[in-house]
Design a protein around this ligand. Structure first.
Ligand code: PLP
Length: 416
């Protein structure tokens, strides 16, 4: 019997399981002709705000819309500098540019692959000059004010937010979380002595409901969450041509609405999200058990004690990554690389003037990271086969060794 291939992500089964309810949403839209706005959108917004622990949620057309609208509504202005990481999907920086600002970067943490707060501190204290009167930071390189920071909870791993929020307060920065890969991820804030959901820690946050996300629509979708009623009001206007009342345009906005069918679908799927996230965590633990013996060759995801990750992606690190990926492909196992080229080295950002070596941690990771199949329905047998192939590869490649920096780190996954 031919060996079944293992997909990177499997989206058919969860939708088949919910087919009746999802089709009913579409029928309801047909029967009421309620395609734009209406109770399905507002109903989902209420539920998702409750899920995130925020006062507001505003549904928008995509995660990219969500980052862009959140930045503009929070107060980012043309000519500003907005700091993020080079290890993210380009939508983060596209949205910064589309808000009229210039993206700039700080390097990531070696173990979490997310923004390193120490690098942000260095950036603000050394690479910026600080206006004595206002305390505001100006990028020495770009000669412009740094007004916002976008921490990205990549792979479903929350960023270490406390020190970033402290720095933001000190330098007057707006914090807009990119939570597009982190629906339901949690962070333990020592400052507040409580667990916080991704999307509830900055002035505003952006979510994507692209189909492959932990909470995905059957098409495009996104949302902005915020405690701030003023920001929510402005995002509602931005998504709808700058109007709060039909044909009264207080500003120029966009066509960036979440459509009703997607909202209705998301409302149903949201009820399953906690269980799906728990299954992803179980799969992550199982990978840890199965692959732990190859710690010399493979670095597994690091989940600090202050994090409850939701494993949008399960990312391992290995020195001869391309060979391992080829080996797995030949065994019928699909993998991905998130992301192979850091943003500061992309052609699209050549004008920013960065070159190789500027963000060494990110560049080192980009050459060695590999995302393994990860989804709630991933089976034991499939995981066993993936792990066996990885262990075979590791033992056959005795020269394959982790870089010294990677070896220095611990591998820990804490239970929820
Ligand atoms: C980190 C991050 N930011 C922003 C986005 C943009 O979301 P969308 O594709 O819904 O526009 C994505 C989606 O892939 C993402 O992963």
């Amino acid at each position: 019997m031919p060996v079944q291939s293992i997909p990177f992500l499997e989206l058919v089964t969860p939708h088949r399981d919910l087919e009746e309810e999802l089709v009913a949403v579409f029928k309801q839209a047909l029967e009421t002709a309620g395609f734009i706005g209406g109770p399905m959108v507002s109903g989902f917004e209420v539920d998702f705000a409750r899920f995130c622990g925020t006062r507001n949620c505003v549904g928008v057309g995509s995660g990219t819309d969500a980052v862009r609208f959140a930045l503009i509504a929070a107060g980012v202005k043309p000519g500003d500098v907005v700091v993020t990481v080079p290890n993210t999907f380009i939508a983060t920086t596209e949205a910064i540019t589309q808000a009229g600002a210039t993206p700039d970067f700080v390097d990531i943490d070696e173990r979490t692959y997310n923004m390193d707060p120490e690098q942000l501190r260095y950036y603000l204290q050394v690479q910026c000059s600080v206006d004595g009167a206002t305390g505001r930071a100006y990028s020495k390189r770009l000669g412009r004010p740094v007004t916002a920071v976008v921490p990205v909870h990549l792979y479903g791993q929350p960023v270490d937010m406390d020190p970033i929020l402290d720095l933001a307060e000190r330098f007057g920065l707006l914090v807009v979380e990119d939570a597009c890969q982190a629906h339901g991820a949690e962070y333990f804030s020592n400052k507040e002595n409580s667990w916080k959901k991704a999307g509830a820690m900055g002035r505003a946050a952006a979510f994507s409901f692209y189909p492959g996300k932990n909470l995905g629509a059957c098409g495009e979708g996104g949302a902005v969450t915020t405690h701030d009623d003023g920001i929510a009001r402005k995002v509602r206007m931005l998504r709808d041509h700058g109007q709060a009342q039909k044909y009264y345009h207080d500003l120029e906005g966009y066509n960036g609405r979440l459509d009703s069918v997607q909202a209705g679908i998301l409302q149903i799927k949201l009820r399953h999200l906690p269980a799906w996230n728990e299954k992803r965590r179980e799969r992550a633990h199982r990978y840890q058990e199965l692959l732990g013996s190859a710690e010399q060759e493979l670095r597994l995801p690091y989940e600090p004690s202050w994090a409850k990750a939701v494993y949008h992606l399960y990312v391992v690190r290995v020195q001869n990554r391309d060979a391992l990926q080829k080996h797995l492909t030949e065994a019928g196992i699909a993998t991905g690389i998130h992301y192979p080229i850091p943003l500061h080295l992309q052609e699209a950002y050549a004008h920013l003037g960065y070159s190789k070596g500027d963000f060494p941690v990110c560049e080192g990771a980009a050459a060695e990271i590999l995302s393994l199949p990860m989804y709630p329905g991933l089976g034991d047998e499939q995981q066993d086969r993936i792990a066996q192939n990885m262990l075979d590869f590791a033992s056959a490649n005795t020269t394959s060794r982790l870089s010294a920096s990677a070896l220095a780190s611990n591998v820990t996954i804490h239970s929820a």
